[in-house]
Design a protein around this ligand. Structure first.
Ligand SMILES: O=C(O)[C@@H](CO)OP(=O)(O)O
Ligand SMILES: [Mg+2]
Length: 414
């Protein structure tokens, strides 16, 4: 009774890039849940469609009523059935009729409303009373590729993981310190640097990929020494963005270099060894399961090789990746698949197969903090966010609150 849905409201709000996105309120007899959907810039081609033709306005003017009619009277606790209803309402495989961003915002708002109906925080409602592990924050430091402008590195994200952090507060402040240190280091390499930042708050330097890698490692070492904790570099190459099908090459525009798949394999392996990379995401094009497999078998446990565009949080695609040993980590973005229950199914399959699930933000975000709760509830060893910026710290600061609430918090293990 407490969690019976009484109303569903949908509105158009701004995301961090100034684009419209959808926010959903779900009101139950004894609770209220609100969630907003993020948007990607470097999206995988097999992600569900974010919005229907006509965009958010169509959802507000036409879809809200349909959703309200279907969901009012249902029990918000029954998230799986509600997610099925959302798929039925949409009626397409890729959620193109009402949009995966609509369904995911409803799905997350339903879960939050269910939790609120029983006066529980979402992480506890979904994860249970015994959850006590905090994720390491994988923080974005420098941006290139689709998240930056011209003259930036081709590699999309230079990230760090404060792997020696003893708690989330130490972790997020270590990341913020690296972000500051990198500003200084960029200024020594790029005389035209204006302090510009990319979509996720990382700096956008006008430097080569190699120099970016060097100063990233230097910042990890210097700040790590200052703070007395180990901080390791990481990358999201988002290689689909600079793979050219017609040439069958990875085209590094900033460096003026083209690499075929074999060269790319060597290049990435070298980077991992030289810089002691903790994590590399999407080192190959999203269709190149073989390239992923070769790299994963070469680096073994030395580095997490993570599929984002490769897996798009899709359980069936992950199953193929598991068979091929394509990766040892997977990015988890609920809006790539369109609902919380499907997201959970993918996380479950990953964990059963020792694939590290990394709950992640998108480049276009809102101040919605749901992913902080999901990372804790799912026992995700890592959460990928920015290091600074309002929509990024919304997640990080929520993790601080969650850690404070837990009776016996620990950092997760890999
Ligand atoms: O590629 C990524 O991992 C993400 C987030 O960092 O970017 P986008 O949301 O643009 O897909
Ligand atoms: Mg990515």
């Amino acid at each position: 009774m407490d969690s019976i849905i009484e109303d569903v409201q949908v509105r158009k709000i701004l995301d961090s890039r100034g684009n419209p996105t959808v926010e959903v309120d779900v009101i139950t007899w004894n609770g209220f849940g609100r969630a907003a959907a993020p948007s990607g810039a470097s999206t995988g081609s097999r992600e569900v469609v974010s919005f229907p033709e006509g965009g958010v306005d169509v959802i507000v003017s036409e879809v809200e009523e349909v959703l309200a009619c279907e969901l009012i009277g249902m029990d918000a606790e029954d998230i799986a059935t509600i997610d099925e209803v959302l798929r039925e309402v949409d009626g397409t495989d890729n959620l193109s009729a009402i949009g995966g961003n609509t369904t995911v915002a409803v799905s997350m708002a339903v879960a939050k409303a269910a939790a609120a109906s029983y006066n529980m925080p979402l992480y506890k409602y979904l994860g249970g009373n015994l959850v006590n592990e905090m994720p390491f924050p994988l923080g974005n430091m420098m941006n290139g590729g689709a998240h930056a402008g011209i003259n930036a590195p081709d590699i999309q994200e230079f990230l760090v993981v404060p792997i020696g952090a003893n708690n989330i507060v130490e972790g997020i402040f270590a990341n913020a310190a690296i972000h500051k240190k990198l500003k200084e280091l960029i200024q020594t390499k790029d005389s035209n640097f204006t302090g510009g930042k990319g979509d996720e708050g990382g700096w956008i330097p006008n430097i080569t990929n190699d120099i970016a890698l060097e100063i990233q490692a230097q910042a990890c070492e210097e700040v790590g020494d200052e703070l007395g904790i180990e901080i390791r570099p990481a990358l999201d190459m988002a290689a689909s963005e600079f793979w050219r099908d017609d040439e069958e090459k990875y085209v590094y525009g900033q460096d003026g270099i083209k690499r075929d798949t074999g060269d790319q394999l060597e290049f990435v392996k070298d980077i991992i060894e030289t810089y002691n990379m903790f994590y590399v995401e999407d080192p190959f094009d999203e269709s190149d399961f073989d390239g992923f497999s070769q790299l994963t078998s070469k680096v073994k446990d030395d580095c997490l090789i993570c599929g984002d565009d490769l897996f798009v949080t899709n359980k069936e695609i992950l199953a193929k990746g598991i068979k091929m040993n394509a990766a040892n980590a997977i990015i988890i973005k609920p809006n790539q698949i369109g609902s919380l229950s499907e997201t959970y199914a993918t996380v479950k399959l990953a964990k059963e197969n020792d694939i590290v699930p990394v709950v992640s933000h998108r480049s276009g975000e809102t101040t919605d903090d749901t992913i902080a709760h999901l990372a804790v509830a799912f026992g995700s060893p890592m959460i990928k966010t920015g290091a600074i910026g309002g929509e990024r710290i919304a997640k990080l600061n929520e993790l601080v609150r969650i850690e404070e609430e837990l009776p016996n918090p620990k950092m997760n293990v890999f």
